[in-house]
Structures are given as structure tokens and as C-alpha cells.
Design a protein around this ligand. Structure first.
Ligand SMILES: C[S@@+](CC[C@H](N)C(=O)[O-])C[C@H]1O[C@@H](n2cnc3c(N)ncnc32)[C@H](O)[C@@H]1O
Length: 341
């Protein structure tokens, strides 16, 4: 058992730069990024946000390259840090979905003040911004987003829009939901997509076949269509504002006690080991929403590998990297404890 875990750790938790291992990790269902903030928070974190776009660019490039169309990205940062990096994410095909605000509450203010910050509303938040891959399809008339592509292929087949209802065996929902150009558009579920595809390729103009093809040779199958979409599992009564105090208690690794670790930056007796350790509850929440059992999860900036720890406990398949030896060692210990439970 122990030797199996050691072998697993070697393969899944890299000590070094994430950029060196991206090509060797399996394609992710989700990427949880908690890297530079532009606040000088860890060795290598720029002191200000201006250079963050350059800091992240090679990572974002690799995430795009090794992702699937269904991969989601969860980008933790400060508000200004994220705003600075967003154009690079958009450039590499990451489509903004929403911003989650971690509201740490009034307790976070204590001691967090200088002559500058006292002249503004105290900041008690961090953000985690949710992205998915922009879903686009090449056509003879240029690249089309999914919504336009559906309509484009149906029209190209020479079919009136209302025939989408016949294809799906419904009264009017298919035309209204799948063929609309406005924001009320719905992504057709795989069974309905299968019917639309079969209908267009049977009743559409034979000269233009195949319709709804990803490779220009044959139509997309319902399974392939399902694979283009990210997983989403609704969690009742959760909004995009997550109100939780900064991480404390048993879960927080500190410079002494049973949670002690190799001395890092010589923390005081009760000082936190890693300034940025994220609550496991947040990582669980993200992973429950966007992954299934067995799915690959990337955590390129591991720290104490909170995302990988949550992922392993939930039966996902995490891959993490961490540059600093002592953080890496502690993350390995956390993961071993999780896997042995
Ligand atoms: C914000 S912390 C992550 C904290 C983590 N979410 C946790 O809960 O413990 C970022 C970490 O990324 C590491 N790091 C920075 N650049 C890296 C890179 N290119 N490859 C791997 N790790 C990196 C830093 O050493 C730092 O520990």
C-alpha cells in the first residue's frame, strides 16, 4: 500500500516548474489556478500586478494547448490581478463565465492597515473566476460560435427553422431553444442533437452533406457532442458570493504543533506556513460542480496542494506542481494522509 502511494505521488505531484510537466499530464477536466497575485505573497510573486499578464502567459498558453473543449478553469486572484490577466485568458480561448467573490468578512481587516489603505474601504475579498473553453466550429464561411453554427448548418441544409421541432419530436421548443440567435439559446442535449443531426443529414440538401460535422467527413455523434460540453452540477442555494472567514483552525498549517512542517521563511510559533492556503471546502465545492469521479484535475501552483487534496479525497485524479521544496514536502504529506484514510 505504502509503495503504491509513493509511486502515485511521484507521478502526480511534481517538485518543480509546472511548465515542465504540462505536456506529460493527461488532459484536464478542470484546472484550478492559484498562482501569482502581484502582492509579493510568495517567493517569485511580483510585488505589483503590472507584470502578471507576462507571468501567466506561458501557463495560459499551455492550458489552452492541453485542454479539451470541455475543460473548465478556476482562476484565483485579487480583483486587479485577475483584471490584468483576463485579456490573456480571452486571447487563448478562455470564455468568461462568472466571478466568485470570497468575502472573508470584517475579521480580515484586523492589522491589515497602513497610511494608504486606511483611506479606502477595507478589502476583505479575493476572487475565483470561472472560465470555460470558447466553443467554436470552422465553416466555409469562417469560424462560428456554437449558437451560430447550429443555425448555420440547419440553414445550409436548406431546412426551415421550424423543422427542428419535427426533428426533435416537440411542438416548438427545439426551434425556440436551439435555433434562436438571442440570449435565450440552449445547448441541445445529446439526444436532441442526435435527432437534429440525423434529420439534417437525411432530409437536407444531399449536395452539402455531411451537416454538423467536426471533421468535414462525417456528422458529429451524440457522444462526441456531449464531450464538447463542460460538466455542471447544480448545488442548491449557493451563489457566487462565498462568505467564509480566512482559513484558521485545525486545517491551517502553522509553524508548530501537530501540523508543523519544515521551517519555511522561519515562521513564528503560530505563524501560518503558507500565506495562501485555500479552504478545502472551496475546492470541494468547485470540484463537485465541474468534475465527475475519475476526472483529471490540474493544480499547477500547488502550495500545500489544497485542490489536489480535495480532488484525491473525492475520487478525482489530481496532478499538481510546486516549486518550493518545503511546500512540496508538506503537500506530499497531506496527500499521503488523504490517500491512506
Ligand atoms: C498562491 S500559492 C498556492 C496555494 C495553494 N492554493 C494552497 O492552498 O496551498 C502559489 C504557489 O505556487 C508556487 N509556484 C509559483 N510558480 C510556480 C510554477 N511555475 N510551478 C509550480 N509552482 C509554482 C509557489 O511556490 C506557491 O507556493
Amino acid at each position: 500500500m505504502r509503495s503504491e502511494i509513493v509511486a502515485w505521488i511521484k507521478q502526480h505531484v511534481h517538485h518543480g516548474d509546472a511548465r515542465d510537466v504540462y505536456p506529460y499530464w493527461p488532459a484536464p477536466a478542470a484546472i484550478i489556478s492559484d498562482g501569482a497575485y502581484g502582492v509579493g505573497g510568495f517567493h517569485g510573486d511580483p510585488r505589483t500586478p503590472e507584470s502578471l499578464a507576462d507571468w501567466y502567459r506561458p501557463h495560459i498558453d499551455a492550458w489552452a494547448k492541453y485542454s479539451r473543449p470541455s475543460t473548465t478553469l478556476w482562476f484565483w486572484n485579487t480583483e486587479i490581478g485577475w483584471a490584468t490577466v483576463h485579456p490573456v485568458l480571452a486571447e487563448f480561448g478562455w470564455e468568461y463565465v462568472e466571478t466568485i467573490v470570497w468575502d472573508k468578512g470584517i475579521a480580515h481587516i484586523a492589522g491589515n492597515v497602513n497610511g494608504d489603505t486606511i483611506r479606502r474601504f477595507p478589502v476583505t475579498s479575493e476572487v475565483c473566476v470561472f472560465y470555460r473553453r470558447r466553443l467554436e466550429f470552422p465553416t466555409a464561411d469562417g469560424v462560428k460560435p456554437a449558437r451560430e453554427w447550429l443555425r448555420h448548418e440547419w440553414r445550409r441544409a436548406g431546412l426551415p427553422l421550424n423543422r427542428a421541432n419535427d426533428a426533435c419530436g416537440v411542438r416548438n421548443a427545439a426551434t425556440r431553444k436551439y435555433m434562436t440567435q438571442d440570449w435565450l439559446w440552449y445547448f441541445p442535449p445529446p439526444d436532441h442533437m442526435g435527432r437534429l443531426v440525423a434529420y439534417a443529414n437525411t432530409h437536407g440538401d444531399p449536395a452539402g452533406r455531411p451537416y454538423f460535422s467536426l471533421d468535414g467527413r462525417r456528422p458529429v455523434t451524440p457522444e462526441e457532442w456531449a464531450g464538447l460540453r463542460d460538466v455542471w452540477r447544480h448545488q442548491h442555494a449557493l451563489t457566487n458570493v462565498w462568505t467564509e472567514p480566512p482559513l484558521g483552525g485545525e486545517e491551517r498549517y502553522r509553524g508548530n504543533g501537530k501540523r508543523s512542517a519544515p521551517r519555511i521563511h522561519n515562521p513564528g510559533k503560530n505563524a501560518t506556513i503558507h500565506l495562501n492556503q485555500k479552504p478545502l471546502a472551496f475546492m470541494r465545492r468547485i470540484l463537485a460542480a465541474c468534475t465527475r469521479k475519475g476526472d483529471v484535475v490540474w493544480e499547477p501552483f500547488g502550495g500545500l496542494c489544497s485542490a489536489a487534496v480535495a480532488a484525491a479525497a473525492m475520487g478525482r485524479n489530481p496532478y499538481a506542481a510546486e516549486l518550493v521544496r518545503d511546500f512540496h514536502a508538506l503537500a506530499v504529506r497531506r496527500l499521503c494522509e488523504t490517500l491512506m484514510r
